[in-house]
Design a protein. Sequence first.
Length: 334
Amino acid sequence: MPDSQNLLDVRGLKVHFPIEKGIIFKRVAGWVRAVDGVDFSIKKGEALGLVGESGCGKSTTAMAVAQLQTATAGQVFLEGRDLASLSAKDLRAARKDFQLVFQDPYSSLDPRQKAQDIIAEPLRIFAKNGLITMDEAAIQRESLSLMDRCGLSASFATRYPHEFSGGQRQRIGIARALALGPKLIIADEPVSALDVSIQSQILNLLKDLQKDFDLTFLFIAHDLAVIEYFCTRIAVMYLGRIVEITDAATMARNPLHPYTKALLSAVPLPDPRKERSRRRIILKGDVPSPSIEYKGCPFRERCPQAMEKCALSPPSLMQAEEGHQVSCFLYGGA
């Protein structure tokens, strides 16, 4: 059973997409293993960062957790309930407990709706279906209050999305996600489409909201600096699998997996002397195709520390030290 201290438990999550061949008589010629056996948990009130290269399966994991992508296998427990086993009616009711902030603040908002109506829409839908009790006046007040809390003037309520900047649009998306009072926010690269100066504003807003609303975050990003600033724990993904997971301070101070070390070596340091003196780790080759089923460790062809056993079987996620898990034969395992 899931740990009662955890808000979210993900067990053995897999998302495989079929590769079809043929025009008339289609057949499945293989599978793209976008997510290939992911396990992690998030305690109430913390922020877990999921980081890795583009195409490693971060966003697919987020969509599967949010039940917007059907999982091939695995379970997603929110407060002990397996979301995948819920009926359509029960899942609709459960959605008020987890909401998403999307990467693109341009395409994630309805261009035909005004800002206040975008924020009020979840409240109207749930009130119409009898899942919450609010009249239209209360919905209007709540949506204006959320606009103000997310740094948007009430005078913007009747504007359309094209009249806002990228940062303002993302604030609308955040306000919409907060409307139903969720416990978990799944933020899929929420600042990657914004200017650097605006990124810091949005991150600080999310930090304040986390404290004020007692929120738990699954935060997806490819920028380690952003992840280290916002998250309490970090999980590193490579080719659909988690290869290392620990708290943010330990990850920055003592990364264990060769892939994590390479990622961290690419993050610029603010001190020019330290930046000049450190050694960059340049990985050879390209990221392998997720359509290939590897017998051993999928990172072995790029790993500077690969051993013979790495080609025989994939390493499991093991406890290297207290609170620090890593998927690498350098730290034990058969």
